[in-house]
Design a binder for this molecule. Sequence first.
Ligand code: GDP
Length: 527
Amino acid sequence: MSKPLTEELQREVDKRRTFAIISHPDAGKTTLTEKLLLFGGAIREAGSVKARKASRHATSDWMEIEKQRGISVTSSVMQFDYSGHRINILDTPGHQDFSEDTYRTLTAADSAVMLIDVAKGVEAQTIKLFQVCSRRGIPIFTFINKLDREGQSPFDLMEELERVLGIRSVPMNWPIGMGRELCGVYDRLKNQVELFQGNDHSKIEVRKVADYRDPIIREMAGDYLADQLINDLELLDVAGDPFDLEKIGNGELTPIFFGSAVNNFGVQTFLENFLELAPKPTTRVSVSGPVEPTNEKFTGYVFKIQANMNPAHRDRIAFLRIVSGRFDRGMSVRHVRAGKEIKLSQPQQFLAQDRDIVESAYPGDIIGLFDPGIFRIGDSLSQGGEIVFDELPTFSPELFAKVTAKNALKHKQYQKGIDQLTEEGTIQVFRTTSFDDTILGVVGQLQFEVFEYRMRAEYGVEIQLQRMPYQFARWIVDEKIDPSKYRINSTLVKDKKDNYVALFESEYAMRTAMEKNPTSKFLEMAP
Ligand code: GDP
């Protein structure tokens, strides 16, 4: 009886790939996503994802953001099929929408694609997102984009990855020329050249060659570029890191692909190699031990809650990452924290175009659960058991504001709002040790806006936010903490579990405090 299910799960798990694309705004994430969806036949015309993005960023007016929330729910996860695989792309929003959710979403991915602009190299937001992925030890694949433009040399980019991100790299292909001179890429694994054709680079021709010294390349690219290719690849063969699947698997080595998303150049080979190398849905850690994806009991956890910003519809969508077993619509599962059985009756799946009611789903898939307010971020759901997945990490906030209610008589509502929205993960809350002031911490400006809006719409409380100059938070672990040492360009506060947290105005202030308190540990996340 149970055998067929295990086999079915194995089959479904084998074909799934769930990943996030991490990049700095403008590197070409929307463009690349769109090309990938086109390959999968999930969208019919180029421009659909773009149009959606345009409508998302058209204005920062709050009512617009509200509407956009509805839209961004659909684009938070995109699912499509390609050559026998089922692919789930998790969307991480651009800088205007950057929030702690962005980081949490990465915990639902089994691998990441790091997209880098060939001219700009590693940029600020890429660094932050990379670090979150790197801490989890998931494989990271690099796509260097905009090769049709003049950019840094591939060797400089490899060196930058190592210097800035601390990761070594192995180029899977190598550009033949760049910018206006770009004529193609050489595929190191398959020994073939992919050539750009025509002035607008609209056609791509693939030719098998013996190796990078093959005279065919010289014929096609000319002496100068052929010599450069031979020089570069000889150097890589001798001095570069060898291809090592194990190191790629644990995130120590990143395979690099060069291409141009807008010209659809190098995208298809990237996708095919990626699908071969990227991990299928992985075993996840729970409090009671590892949970295999092929475990027949359904389990999953909530990594994000999207509030519906329409006051007439208070419902939310809880995003659930399936860890094991098969999900069937209408099934009953245990909501472990709440200690009760619940029926999952209106699950939604996110296809490239729309959301749809899902009938069944498998490990690696993300489903949206209608949430009348019963879920919190990090909640575990499981079938026939009390499986609890490890707590989702909280991330070090970088923006801080003191919050007060405009009307002191609304104190009760105000407190309730703060408590609930903190629990939900909308913001982090701290208290000052001296005056018991409430300080909010966030990683993106949008979180303040969402908080302010929801306090008004859902709790009827107008609040005042007063920005504070702090930029860094560190949780302090020490037997004895001396608050007098955190007075200059810093302050000492407590989080909701009464841990001490120091807030600093600058990196310099933080370093000074570390030097002055050699026995203390300064942690980026709550202990
Ligand atoms: P996102 O902010 O990362 O989603 O970036 P977009 O996909 O919106 O791209 C930002 C800009 O870069 C757009 O104007 C794209 O047309 C352009 N772009 C994307 N890929 C390429 C590429 O391969 N070459 C060139 N020259 N431009 C590109």
